[in-house]
Design a protein. Structure first.
Lengths: 146, 146, 146, 146, 146, 146, 146, 146, 146, 146, 146, 146
């Protein structure tokens, strides 16, 4: 198993399953991570996870991932809409990057309709709940093959 | 095999593989459809296809799909950004609807950043080329199970 | 009975009674048409009906109505907000034209607040459900008398 | 005759027939009121009238109408476009409210295209001259029956 | 002396000389009126004055002025920027109307830069303090002569 | 007891307790006023009350308060968002002025998010229902002491 | 004669000569086409014509023109301002494309000032009435020579 | 006669009387200048005149006026709306500056409603035709006295 | 004493009393905290304090407060206007949350007029200096009682 | 040969052929002028040329052309997008005026999409390089004949 | 000494030291030029100077500089914000161009925050008074070396 | 050597030389710092350096610099455009602050054209690569002397 990917969860996602279940479902972040590890085994991918509420720490982690990973899956949560600095950090990477959103961001407040990173990632998946992360793994898998 | 889904391709997608390969790749629509049929066999899904350049005909087809299909995958192409009427037609459906875009629409002209249907579908997948359609099939599959 | 009017129903109105009853009520388009025919008998008006989901066909129909009808009642549905071409077609007519909306378009999404045709018709009636069509017939009747 | 409705005319409508006949016709407010009284007799409706140039007095009148009337017809004239306070007053009523405009407000200056009250009334009728008031009576009549 | 003009002072102008002297100087409204009366004697003009804080009363006064005066000088103060109803009332008049502002409204908050009545009056004079009223009298005088 | 404050309630607040309880609670204006009188006794403040639906009358009252009161508490209701003339009147006062809103205006329609007077008052309290008025009394009390 | 060009007329242009002569002159579409055929004979160009009111059919026609024509002259009429799908279709062509407008679109309503296709065609000619089509033929001729 | 003022006419005003008489009347610039000279004799003012179509020359003239004149009357015509450089030049002057417009600029195209210099001059007079210049002389006279 | 509240001070508030006294007064954060502790004793509230310049740490603290406190008072300072992530964190809480601003944010730069959290808190108090925190304690007290 | 036309080249066009050939080709202004002179001989038109970098001189030249020429062809280059004064000058002419742009201005920076003169000229030709001037001569020729 | 640079001062800069010293300091343009000449001697640069109030003359000078200078330092003053034509002229140059502003343009009126030339120059220096010109010389020096 | 300055590098600048060399060159941050230390020796300035990806830590550092340094040079990178909190921190300083950008921010994405701190610093230098830091040192040096 020599493909390694990193999954970054943005602010407040550590509270998943405890907050606004109408938007995000009842699964916790740990449960989602377990499913991804599981699927990783099938796809031959090792999956590491990182969560932080701090924009700067997320940037630190993206920078340190430059040569360590074959792909990145990121759900920047609220920072999706405000962080130009995370966008700049993502530009450092040359591996595939997939943006995931649990909820359909287009069904929510208008300020959630614009993503600061959408135009610097490979692609975006939104609205499929925790399943979106698994689809993202398939997408990374396919991007690495082509 | 009793799950049936419909795939609708919007205007100019019949020309795929012949046009702007930088944005859309070199596969033709027929090749993509064959891959979906193939994957349908694995998932136990029958897949029907429809393409039209005419907004009205796409609406006709969506309406007639109301009771015939368990899921809809739609790439409205240019109508994504201009057709309020297709949006209204989608509101008639109660089955899962997934919006797919071949290219990352956020890397293109600004008028392609806004989707008229994003907030009335289950979720959106963009930027993964023809693989996006296959991911959408997984997404529909999962939505029907939950 | 020598007054003839044409009623044009825009996209998705053929699905009336089957869709979003909160907005549009439970009557079908055929039931509404029957009421109009009925009222036409009282007012001495022959009423023809046309529905299409296709912008181009609606334009064809408006053009062919130029010399055949004494009045036009039109509910362009979603095309109200996007079709400059229907607006241009209406400019061809010299008879009274009344714009009808079943729901109060001002209570809905913001993009439904602007009508592309409002400033080229005689007047607008919105928010009274199917009764709006009957009021429109009275309005045409009165416009023809004055 | 136990149905009572109130008709409120906004600022400058007392000058009807004396001003800008291109926009508003040559009928005076009293003549319009007489026609409404007449039609009220046919429909079994008693009609009261009120005109004021003062936003505050119009609000006073709407408030006092809360339990006295079965329906309200209002043409707020210039206050249509500027008065949030009249909007708030209308929210106090639970009976049907119909907004009427003599001219087609969409054919005039752009600042007349937006109504502050359109989304809190039952429906809107504009562009039919004084006949609009009579149509509004039919609309109220129908709303009370359903 | 058979030329009669009306001068209307808008809201808060009755407090002139007591308020924000940086913007409006130290003269009171009565002192200004006296100067106008004086100048009226020279020009052969009888000058009447009216002040109100109430939009509706100002409209009442404009309406009643229709046939009584040969000219109107109006400083609508804050209503300059918000009252569409006063604008509508001014459209009733056929005599010359001059808009006056004591302060240079372009040196103040941005929301004071737009006048709702500027395009329906004969002309506008702003920034000359109380002298602006006297200039307005000359302007009316000249407009009546030509 | 030699501190006197004036409380001004804007349009439609006389209907409190009868209207939209979701937004404004079930207390009437009189009950709120009684609580303020009560609290005034504790703080050594005499409290006078004024309500009007008329912008002009509210301005009259503010002007007449210039030298009579040590503080002003004002809830301009709908006029908060539209009245430049009330803003101008408040500029006449040199005593503390506190703006109160019963509901959290930021949770309502977007046009209620902007206050025309917020930048000319001492401070603003919103979202605490009738308790906001009592907090405002404490605020005035403290402003007078410092 | 081995140069072939296609001329596409958009919605309502089939009514030329019957509608708004102030904007479009009195010539019919057939008369214009005859002039173009005539001029084609001089330039050694065969000219085919197509008119449709339907966006989808225009797209069909553009697609089928991909390998058949040496040049395209298009007046998309109202679709100029709303059709992203026609724009996408034009991107399929590699031959010269010239956009023509009969009237000076900059002298009309503001929503006619923006062309969705202007930046994907070779050039634009507007305001010269039917002569604009003949100038466009010269332009295509010259573009093919250089 | 020791008061000297300068009058600057902006671009195209040298063509007055020959152009668009609907907007600017039939008097020529020379005739207007003669009236001002005449009025200057009465007021004890020497009046110099300058006209140029060139923004830079107008700036040169304003600069050279710094210590030579007691007042400036300027009608920057089209430069009113575009010239930040003339605005900067006017800031060099410490004498009264009056902005004059022949036509009521608020009755014309929307881009004429904004003046780049209005907030750096003493006051503005617009809409009174050539009489506006004479009023401006009175205004300067009065500003010099106070 | 079993009611516990948390007070969160945003970026740069640790410098209070050392910075821009014109906006924020001369009291230090510690002095304000002492006053709140004092008032807490009177109201039977234990008050904890937290200050950070780091958005992420503030989010961490809000999250950890979920089950520990009965109320939250927050002055997010500059993050008020930019932090969607703090807004999301506040949505996790079910206890009363009061937003406090020392200065009247409406009298400052325009980008300080919009609060990202105002519509997800119970209410807002701004402009009363350090006294605003004490008023907020009363507000929380009252919200907990009702 | 009694038809005379004037061709005006705006700022920097004297550098044609030396600058940004990607946008403007390699022909010099003199070469273009020679082609026009040549074509003028065929059409029976005498062609004069004028180039200036100065807005004011261009206006001077337009003014002096009033009675001397039968048509004007103008490429105002950068002034197209900023000069209201040139627009005003063009309004002085009663002969046909054709606006030419070498490059397709719609394919360049967004601020080049708006022409200040487009709505006061007869028509516009853009995107055909130097051939655009020759087409403009045909257009003028045709406009003079009709 | 074979490096030659040109320094262009825009409109009103010839008045430096005489105008708004709060913004621009008390040094005159000649004094600044002398300092630059002085520094040029140290750096081995010959420095020529040009000032004009006329946009067209500045363009002429830029054009004539094309082959004569190794670098350009330009402070376009007010034309910074309005002149698209100067921007076009600068595109003709291939040598380094440095934009200088004496004052910090971001601390002034909002319309001074946008520079029309910033994206076509090498770099920008603003806010350091006359020292900015000397820094620009260093910058040019360094750009020529690399 | 008793002058001390602090240099703050914002997010992702620690990756300089490894990322997007087209925008930022190939020098690393350490190489740039060494050049600054070197130049500091010449100017008699001790230079300290700080880099962080975390907005909060940058604020901490600025605060702690209040009394320790004679000048600050800051390149806030992505936070330039989003951080109001850094702006607030800079307001705490009374020493000169110079804003530096390696690339010409006006040649990049539009959201990089606005700096949140530009109006609270002494001046701004952008577009000169690493040399910009050295110019900034000269600027600080000069500001400290005057």
């Amino acid at each position: 198993m020599d493909v390694k990917i990193l999954v970054i969860h943005g602010p407040n996602l550590n509270m998943l399953g405890k907050r606004e279940p109408g938007h995000y479902g009842t699964e916790t972040m740990d449960e989602i991570n377990r499913q991804m590890t599981q699927k990783g085994l099938q796809l031959g991918m090792k999956v590491d996870f990182y969560q932080s509420n701090c924009e700067g720490q997320i940037i630190d982690r993206i920078q340190s991932a430059c040569d360590q990973y074959n792909g990145l899956i990121i759900n920047p949560a609220a920072y999706t809409h405000t962080s130009l600095a995370i966008r700049d950090a993502l530009l450092l990477l040359s591996c595939p990057v997939v943006e995931v959103h649990l909820s359909n961001i287009y069904q929510r407040e208008s300020f959630r309709r614009h993503s600061m990173i959408a135009d610097v990632v490979s692609g975006q998946i939104s609205g499929f709940g925790s399943n979106g992360y698994l689809l993202a793994m398939d997408a990374v898998f396919q991007l690495l093959r082509s």
